[in-house]
Design a protein around this ligand. Structure first.
Ligand code: ADP
Length: 552
């Protein structure tokens, strides 16, 4: 039997697999020591080129900060030029320095072996693998940078998300605030409408009664005077309520215009006619200079009348007795028609000239006490002229020196010289159609007064106080017109109008203490031909009745 001698087989892993262990960042330090020992040294370092900085730096995972950096820098520089270089260099550790052997690879990376007596053959073999290692380290570096960028990108994304959330929170707070404000606005509109209704309703019978009484022939001068005073004050109250309503429309931008083609001269003449008694009363001299050519404008007649009348009223109000007032209309070559009122009154301080167009603004310091008013007229007038694409201007040389107000409205046709002013006669008195009118009104005083007035105008009248009674009457009798309050006790006037129009084809006029745009629209939608806001102006009521009867 042969004796098998005992042999120790030392397994030497191939150099490539030893070196490739260096590419694993988790075990790099350990792999470095194994490779170094394999080459007869204690440890190793690899310097690779940093592509961005263009210089050699320790590869990732190796010691990064070396003492006496200048020395090291020069050493790796020399390694790139020469072959293998040995040197004593500062190194962290108890000894403070180390014996180092450096060799450059083909790609310029430098392998440095620390301590021991490195085997040159093995060192050269490792150096051959340096480009592979450098490529792996570069990939690692890029991955680290990419990871950093990804982290930064994530941070940015997180921040963007946070921003988006806070933006959405702010937006939703804004939306809530906006809807609160809109609700508050609607509440204010409702409040204004309700307030004007409450304020107007009791004035209706007073105004109708006073107007009716004034017609009685056997009145003492004193009673007539008192009645006139009562009517004037009630009318003033109504005007103030109208101003408040207008103001709410102006502020909410809901001013609705019913445009028609008109001559500004004609509107001016009508406004002056209304103004005449007030001028007479204060002995104010009036000069008029109306353009000889027609000033054709497409405007809402009632609204423009309101503006002209407001300016004339102010001119009279702010001009003392025996003062003077001039009214002029012109057609500018700029395509603008102008209505100019100049007075010799109290004038306006320069700094107040723009302020007076603000809501609730009054000009001179003592205006309110002396002259009354709320400071709404000019704000409303300006909004009306602006809504027509025109404007309203104020001028004054100063306190005590009078004021000039100019209304500007766009002309529709170019001005031709020699074009004559169309005569604008005031419509002759017309007895009009006489009709049988059914009045649906539950307010007893108002119903009785309407009955008297319509009787006096020659109409046949029946009054009822509910929708049921009204429909009963329509079923059994013939009527030409329905004049109905909107708020009746058993159902609304709208419902009455819908049934009356469907069953009997009768035309109707709505009466309501509510005069907002929405109220008017609802009446028209229900089938009423017109909407009258209380308190009723008797003349206007008669005109509207004639208009509806004629149209029918
Ligand atoms: P109100 O007359 O009701 O106070 P307005 O809006 O019509 O409100 O006028 C605002 C202010 O403009 C007046 O209070 C007054 O100070 C000034 N103002 C208006 N018209 C004239 C005028 N013709 N002369 C002097 N001041 C005027």
């Amino acid at each position: 039997m042969y004796f098998q001698p005992k042999a120790t087989i030392v397994y030497q892993p191939p150099l490539l697999s030893l070196v490739s262990a260096l590419t694993n960042p988790d075990h790099r330090q350990e792999a470095a020591r194994i490779v170094a020992r394999h080459a007869g040294a204690e440890n190793l370092l690899i310097f690779v080129r940093d592509l961005e900085l263009g210089t050699l730096l320790p590869a990732p995972g190796f010691i990064q900060t070396l003492p006496n950096a200048r020395q090291w820098h020069d050493f790796v520089g020399e390694c790139q030029i020469g072959h293998t270089i040995n040197r004593q260099l500062s190194f962290p550790g108890p000894a403070g320095e180390a014996q180092v052997t450096g060799i450059a690879g083909e790609d310029g990376s430098v392998l440095v072996l620390l301590g021991g007596t490195p085997n040159v053959e093995i060192v050269l073999d490792i150096a051959l693998l340096l480009p592979l290692l450098a490529a792996a380290f570069e990939g690692e570096r890029r991955a680290i940078i990419a990871k950093g960028s990804a982290r930064i990108a994530k941070q940015a994304a997180d921040q963007a998300k946070l921003l988006a959330t806070s933006l959405e929170t702010a937006r939703s707070a804004l939306r809530t605030a906006l809807s609160d404000a809109e609700e508050a606005n609607r509440a204010k509109d409702r409040f204004l409408a309700a307030l004007s209704h409450e304020l107007r309703t009791p004035l209706t019978p007073v105004l109708i009664a006073v107007t009716a009484m004034e017609r009685e022939s056997e009145l003492s001068e004193l009673t007539r005077h008192d009645l006139e005073m009562i009517r004037r004050n009630v009318e003033l109250e109504v005007n103030l309520i109208d101003d408040l309503l207008d103001l709410s429309r102006v502020i909410s931008g809901k001013l609705r215009l019913r445009r028609e083609t008109l001559d500004l001269n004609r509107l001016a003449a009508q406004a002056l006619e209304i103004c005449a008694p007030y001028l007479l009363e204060k002995k104010i001299r009036l000069e008029t200079d109306l353009s000889p050519t027609a000033l054709t404008i497409v405007v809402d007649a009632t609204r423009v009348q309101q503006v002209l009348w407001n300016l004339l009223k102010n001119a009279v109000k702010f001009t003392p007795e025996n003062g003077s007032l001039s009214v002029k209309t012109t057609a500018g070559m700029d395509g603008i028609a102008r209505f100019i009122v100049r007075d010799s009154g109290v004038g306006i301080e320069p700094e107040a000239l723009t302020r007076i167009f603000g809501v609730f603004e009054q000009g001179n310091v003592n205006t309110p006490r002396e002259f009354g008013g709320l400071g709404l007229g000019l704000a409303i007038s300006k909004a009306i002229t602006n809504a027509h694409g025109g404007g309203l201007l104020a001028e004054s040389p100063g306190l005590g020196k009078g004021a000039t107000f100019t209304v500007e409205l766009p002309l529709t046709t170019p001005v031709e010289s020699g074009q004559r002013l169309q005569p604008s006669p005031i419509a002759p008195a017309n007895p009009g159609h006489l009709a049988r009118i059914l009045v649906a009104e539950d307010h007893r005083d108002t119903a009785q007064l309407l009955m008297r007035i319509l009787h006096r105008a020659g109409h046949g009248v029946k009054t009822v106080a509910s929708v049921t009674e009204a429909l009963e009457s329509l079923k059994t009798e013939r009527f030409d017109l329905l004049l109905s309050d909107v708020g009746l006790p058993d159902a609304s006037g709208y419902e009455l109008m819908r049934s009356a129009s469907k069953l009997y084809g009768i035309a109707g006029i709505a009466m309501s203490g509510f005069g907002m745009d929405d109220d008017i629209r609802r009446s028209l939608e229900a089938g009423f031909a017109e909407h009258l806001t209380k308190p009723l102006d008797i003349q206007h009521l008669k005109q509207v009745i004639q208009r509806v009867l004629t149209a029918g």
